[in-house]
Design a protein around this ligand. Sequence first.
Ligand code: FES
Length: 77
Amino acid sequence: MYVCMCHAVTEAQVKQKIDEGATTPRQIARGCKAGTDCGSCVRRIQALLGEHGARPCPTARLAQKLGLAEPSAPQAA
Ligand code: FES
């Protein structure tokens, strides 16, 4: 699945960058340029960083700092 449509970067490529030690969207962008054009993929890249233990997205860090509950998954109607 593509994460960054502007530069045709896949989720697998982003995960590989994380495995290689990338901890920020800027480090992910080095080489593959993901997130450096329209920027609409940066939140997804931040989420992938958080999911793989590199660095939680700023919203998750703020929620944790404030002691707020994790947002729940949407309920099916
Ligand atoms: S979709 Fe990644 S920069 Fe546009």
